[in-house]
Design a protein around this ligand. Structure first.
Ligand code: NAI
Length: 505
């Protein structure tokens, strides 16, 4: 089945933030669009709002007057549900309540033709459950846009137990024709993005709780080493802690309290205290007038280093060596176990053990652990940790080497898998389980995380790039270190390592 023709009549119910955005997207694509809301006048007001938004784009030269007029001419506010009788696609974006949505769809079945496709923009309710009491449950699917709908490219096409696969293809092609990046997903809690993204927040919150570093340092590491657009604290301040905490709790409960999704007491306290983030003027950071954003912590060294010894392959951190050479550091290569020696210090990419453990188990004095960077050749910052009792001079030499390469160096307490490595390993682990459980394909999971939450790379492709054996070792060490189920590696990750395959082959 191909995309709906632009002559197909689309209706959007719910003229709030999402409904208005979705109506705009469909109208821009050329469909006649009816907008309905149960608050009198709300649909007309929403269309006026769209007109103002488009007007600003015309003023700034980003949109032609003709394009704006064509979009607005396609939009019509209606006040009665009966006006939707001859629609071909109806997208619901009303209040997030199962019974209210079920009632609405039952009512629509009585009004619309049998050919009409029904879609819900729900982000947390089961499509199977919404469709359960319908006469034609096969015609209901999820069409999950991201906020703001006209800007965010991702659309999750969600199939419930009864959904017709041909309609999923039709909505996929239609979303593509609307300029979006659609992905297919089964109706499971959180779909792709709201499930796979949970560790991004959870691991930073846990590191904060354990005193690994403060918020600005962890945020800066996620941005400047991890390549993420924002760190978890600044991002949840933007999303709103009430919203983010509610999603976490809903996914946690939906997976029968699997500790992988355990909500954070730190975030709960913010919600309890009304510190909801930007919208309330205070979250992890203050947004009061004149508030100064605290700076990330850095560790500096005045030592001078000109030579280092690379023993074996540094794994994902290997690109560090060319960066050092480019900065004029002589890199002597030898066989060995993936260590970088400078003066009395030994540096190595974390394998998920704490520095104190690894130093003892591997007999390494003055061990400095390195965190993961998305791209070691470009990252501006890197996290390190070390075991108590390190020789201060050796620490100075290790830090100096990283500074010679151009990194700002942030120190974490001796935490397993540091910050970026731990987060990416857990994201990949969740993505692997979603893949194992048939929620979506590897390509769609990666695309969803890039287009829906702007990750620099899909978590599965990222794990492939790090090396699946290393990711597995990191998770095993996290699980052993914490003694917690939360860090149990996905069966699929183990299988792929044993088979010598990646997630994408
Ligand atoms: P909103 O509160 O901004 O808008 C909801 C609109 O629906 C309101 O204008 C309300 O008057 C109207 N409404 C409520 N019950 C109705 C009914 N029975 N019939 C007709 N109109 C009704 O909510 P928002 O944020 O636009 O969310 C709508 C849906 O989209 C929810 O299911 C939500 O979970 C989902 N969603 C929200 C996202 C977000 O970031 N806000 C992102 C993706 C999905």
């Amino acid at each position: 089945m191909t995309a709906l023709n632009t002559s197909a009549r689309v209706a959007v119910i719910g003229a709030g933030a999402m409904g208005a955005g979705i109506a705009q997207v469909a109208a821009q694509a050329g469909h006649p669009v009816l907008l309905l809301d149960n608050r009198p006048g709300a649909a007309a007001q929403a269309i006026e709002g769209i007109g103002r938004q488009l007007g600003k784009r015309v003023d700034s030269g980003k949109l032609s007057v003709d394009a704006r007029n064509a979009t607005l001419a396609n939009l019509q506010a209606v006040e009665a549900i009966e006006a939707l009788a001859d629609c071909d696609l109806i997208i619901e974006a009303i209040v997030e309540n199962l019974e209210v949505k079920r009632t609405l769809f039952r009512q629509l079945e009585g009004i619309c033709g049998e050919h009409c496709i029904l879609a819900s923009n729900t982000s947390s309710l089961s499509i199977t459950s919404i469709a359960a009491q319908l006469e034609r449950p096969q015609r209901l699917l999820g069409l999950h846009f991201f906020n703001p709908a006209p800007v965010m490219a991702l659309v999750e096409i969600v199939s419930g137990l009864a959904s017709d696969p041909a309609l999923a293809e039709c909505l996929y092609d239609t979303a593509k024709a609307w300029g979006k990046k659609p992905v297919h997903t089964r109706s499971t809690p959180g779909f792709i993005v709201n499930r796979v993204a949970r560790p991004f927040y959870a691991e930073s919150l846990r590191m904060l709780q354990e005193g690994a570093a403060d918020c600005p340092t962890l945020d800066a590491l996620m941005r400047e080493a991890g390549g993420f657009a924002m760190g978890a604290f600044e991002l949840t301040d933007l999303i709103g802690h009430d919203v983010n905490y509610a999603v976490t709790c809903s996914v946690f409960d939906a997976y029968y309290q699997d500790t992988r999704f355990l909500p954070s007491l730190i975030q709960k306290e913010l919600v309890d205290g009304g510190r909801l983030g930007r919208k309330s003027g205070h979250g992890f950071y203050s947004y009061a007038e004149g508030a100064v954003r605290p700076q990330p912590a850095e560790i500096n060294s005045a030592a001078s280093v000109n030579v280092c010894i690379a023993e074996g392959n540094l794994g994902a951190a290997q690109a560090l060596l060319s960066r050092l050479s480019e900065q004029g550091v002589e890199v002597i290569q030898r066989d060995g176990q993936g260590l970088l020696r400078v003066g009395d210090a030994v540096l190595a990419l974390s394998d998920g053990r704490m520095a104190c453990q690894r130093a003892k188990e591997d007999g390494l004095r003055n061990l400095i652990l390195l965190d993961l960077a998305f791209d070691y050749s470009k990252a501006q910052r890197i996290a390190i940790s070390y075991a108590a009792g390190i020789d201060p001079q050796a620490l100075d030499q290790g830090v100096a080497l990283l500074q010679r390469a151009g990194f700002k160096v942030s120190l974490l307490s001796d935490s397993p898998a540091l910050a970026v490595l731990r987060t990416v390993a857990m994201l990949a682990n969740e993505a692997a389980d979603a893949l194992l459980q048939g929620v979506a394909s590897a390509a769609d999971i990666d695309l969803a995380m890039r287009a829906g939450v702007n990750y620099p790379q899909g978590p599965l492709a990222w794990a492939d790039a790090i090396g699946l054996a290393h990711v597995l070792k990191v998770l095993e060490n996290l699980q052993a270190g914490y003694g917690e189920e939360r860090y149990r590696p996905s069966l699929l990750l183990r299988r792929r390592v044993a088979e010598g395959r990646t997630f994408h082959d």
